[in-house]
Design a protein around this ligand. Sequence first.
Ligand code: SAM
Ligand code: SF4
Ligand code: SF4
Length: 346
Amino acid sequence: MNSSVKQFQSQTALRDRLDRPMRDLRISVIDRCNYRCPYCMPAEIYGESYKFLPRAHWLTPGEIKRIAGLFVGLGVNKLRITGGEPLLRRDLDEIVAGLAAIDGVDDLALTTNGTRLAERAAELKKAGLKRITVSLDSLDETVCKTMNGGKGDVATVLDGIDAARAVGFEPIKVNAMVQRGMNDHTVLDLVEHFRGTGIIVRFIEYMDVGTLNGWQADQVVSSKVLLETIAARWPLDPLQSNYRGEVARRYAFKDGKGEIGFISSVSEPFCGDCHRARVSAEGTLYTCLFADRGMDLREPLRAGASDADLVGLLQNVWRNRADRYSELRGEKITRAERVEMYRMGG
Ligand code: SAM
Ligand code: SF4
Ligand code: SF4
């Protein structure tokens, strides 16, 4: 860690207006994706002619490393690379290597749809990536295709997971977003497939992120319902959280065949323990997944701002943060104003 970063880290702990520290940074490295999941990037809107960010607007690996280092100096110790689909970025290994070289990072993880994982798992491991989460909503080919906009197949994602295991990623997590009437009937198959393999399946409640997915409350299958369904087949014991602010509630199979998790963003919001900042591919800082605006870091970065200037901006934003959208759901921000999830980093 360079001396200026150390100096900032030694300052009084940074807290937001609700007394939450900043611990966790999600870095979106790209706004493009090879899937068109209707709940995230519906194909009708993100067609051939859709204008994504020009590549020159993406933060470079060096810029990402610099910004992340400043966040680490302010208390962040967990980094997650996301997107869009991060594996579409050719220089991802360089990004990972830069982040892995920052002192003070306990965890460096990646979220991917898994379609390009088989070909890149080894280089990511070599670059210093610690953990991988693969999104896979269903093992049923038809359901999976409906949920990814007809773009990918289950076998490719499973090959990606195998490749990641083969190069030593451990534990691998599989995230499945559950939408009523879409994939809820395939949940038990997913659990059965991964039980006993060491891979941890986590179910995510369908969220009203962005403005385009036409979210309705009755499409959410609550974690409680899923837990009851799964526990009726394979009895479960609750597990302690690994750390304060862990978003997933963890359960172990009573028969010793591993664990599963539930992320209940809608039914049990966890804003009180939300220690997460997000930086988009173009370098905009967001302090909530449901934000309607962020703060541009790329412009000052490219205009020659010093580390101290940039840290001042980050501190100012975090100190003024009062976000708790999920706790206020429906009361505050209208749908027309939100930034899309693939853009700020899911
Ligand atoms: N493309 C990568 C992927 O799909 O893993 C990374 C980015 S994606 C936005 C990250 C996660 O957000 C995925 O697991 C996806 O299922 C989840 N996601 C997207 N839209 C969602 C929504 N409306 N509700 C809940 N989760 C959502
Ligand atoms: Fe792409 Fe991930 Fe969004 Fe699906 S959820 S469209 S894979 S960014
Ligand atoms: Fe954090 Fe915002 Fe989600 Fe609440 S709604 S948990 S503040 S990202």
